[in-house]
Design a protein around this ligand. Sequence first.
Ligand code: SF4
Length: 177
Amino acid sequence: MSEERKQLTSKEYKELLIKRAREQYELIRKKQESDEKFVEKTNILQKAKSFGESMVSRGLTNKKAPEETKNLRVLSCHGSEELGLPPCADRKDSRKFENSFYCGACGCGDKKMTQLVTLVINGKEQYSKLDFPKVSCPLKMPGFSTYLPSQEGVSENSRKKTIEDKYGVEYIKKNST
Ligand code: SF4
């Protein structure tokens, strides 16, 4: 029995243990809170960086991604009946534009420039998210600059695998920007 324990009544000792447990809990809670804030800050910075890179790639002349790249992005976001590939679960119905969608995972929101389909407004085709020469996808899907091939047993994504089986990883790497 420790000296400390010997000098305390069992009630005092119990209270001491509870006090220490509370202090321990408070320390863990504060650490967790600061870790969460750090992750949140990093995510915001990462999103701002990705958005900045997309804008730079578009340039002043509205440059667009090649057709092969855009086709891969279309499959990633919208799926394909022919391949039995459903749309991405993060694809959201736009509340601002009829029959259109936006990505609910990247944090860009429901804006004209972030639509996943080409809008036609006043007879003019609009620039969509899938047109940027460089654009990221939080799920690292084919066609996007963040594309990461599936790894068996490590990153299982059946939608990504379906596209890889159809086009091959090398083709997708070459056309993901
Ligand atoms: S997560 Fe990727 S694939 Fe899914 S909607 Fe967003 S950009 Fe498209």
